[in-house]
Design a protein around this ligand. Structure first.
Ligand SMILES: [Zn+2]
Length: 342
């Protein structure tokens, strides 16, 4: 049974067992609500640290996180668990219903709305709820993304460069639990107001990731998101059992790659139709052809060849064929080794 709460101080975060809520945030222009689904689990086998929050649907047109977190809402059994798990499968519920990156209610991208505002429009009020009610009750925050219709990424968990070496080392170890081929350290300068930035700044063990693209539901991405979250719960003792190998066909551990400088996020030089010529995750050398931009206003014109500005690993490509000047066309990352011993 799902209980609707209009005042989020009524959510009982301590109650043993599993409890489903929808948290009502009033609309800005009509009588009505965005009803954000949330499941609160307190394991019946006792306490455990840390608490874990898993969030999907921060962007509405990214589905692996929505599906994986929703499945966990029904699959996790508090009788075999310890500690606290908070599951929010569709954080930007209105964007999820609309299959869009931003909420159609206020035009706000939830992943640019942090730290939120209790007097702001609906997206800012939801992000304020996450910052003030969810983050303080957990130490681990998992925010599952995919490329939507913006970009395609190799399957990856991700995090930002973290100045604190102990926090960075723990985040890197937890990111490995998703068993993705890549773990992407990305720039925090591309945007402000990110959910993960806010959680990282509060000292949380914070993992993002890109588990698919193209407004579809990738079976492989969903598997890594679902089992990755369960691995995090197993790792910290909230679920019994050993961490599982999610992709038994890949014998190598996840590769850490980083693109922490804006110079590695290359904007599209002119409007055109984008024809990529490389695979995601490919190793490229400086000067290698990455793709062509076609100008159909003159079909006899030569395409503009896009060549890599440096050697490295292709970490993202623009998804849609139509690309506008200024949008990020590609990202080149560098393989790094991280100190995981701390
Ligand atoms: Zn996203």
């Amino acid at each position: 049974m799902t209980r609707t709460v209009y005042d989020y101080s009524e959510i009982d975060f301590e109650k043993p067992g599993k409890h489903h809520y929808q948290v009502a945030f009033h609309l800005d222009s009509n009588w009505g609500y965005s009803l954000v689904p949330m499941t609160v689990i307190n394991g019946l086998r006792g306490a455990a640290e840390p608490g874990v929050a898993a969030i999907g649907g921060t962007h509405g047109n990214e589905y692996e996180g929505q599906v994986a977190v929703k499945r966990l809402c029904s699959d996790l059994n508090p009788e075999e668990m310890r500690g606290r798990v908070l599951l929010i499968p569709q954080l930007s519920e209105s964007a999820c219903c609309a299959n869009s990156r931003e909420s159609p209610l206020d035009g706000v991208n939830m992943n640019r709305a942090f730290p939120g505002n209790p007097r702001g429009t609906v997206s800012y009020r939801i992000s304020h709820f996450v910052k003030t009610c969810i983050f303080p009750r957990v130490r681990v925050v998992l925010d599952i993304h995919s490329g939507g219709n913006e970009a395609i990424f190799p399957l990856c968990a991700s995090f930002h460069p973290i100045p604190d070496p102990i926090q960075r080392s723990e985040i890197a170890k937890v990111a490995q639990l998703f068993d993705t081929p890549f773990i992407f350290l990305y720039s925090s300068q591309m945007a402000s107001g990110l959910l993960t930035d806010e959680a990282e700044a509060m000292g949380k063990i914070t993992i993002g990731g890109e588990f698919g693209f193209g407004e579809s539901t990738s079976p492989k991405g969903t598997l890594h998101a679902y089992e990755g979250i369960k691995n995090v719960l197993r790792h910290y003792g909230l679920l019994p059992g050993e961490v599982v190998k999610i992709d038994p066909r890949r014998s190598t551990p996840p590769r850490f790659v980083q693109a922490v400088n804006l110079e590695d996020y290359i904007p599209c030089p002119q409007n055109g139709v984008w024809e990529p010529t490389v695979e995601l995750g490919a190793e490229v050398k400086e000067g290698d052809l990455l793709g062509r931009l076609h100008d159909f206003s003159d079909h006899s014109s030569e395409p503009l060849e896009i060549r890599s500005h440096r050697s490295g690993v292709v970490a993202a490509l623009h998804f849609a064929a139509q690309c506008r000047k200024g949008l990020t066309l590609y990202v080149i990352s560098q393989e790094v080794s991280l100190d995981l011993s701390l």
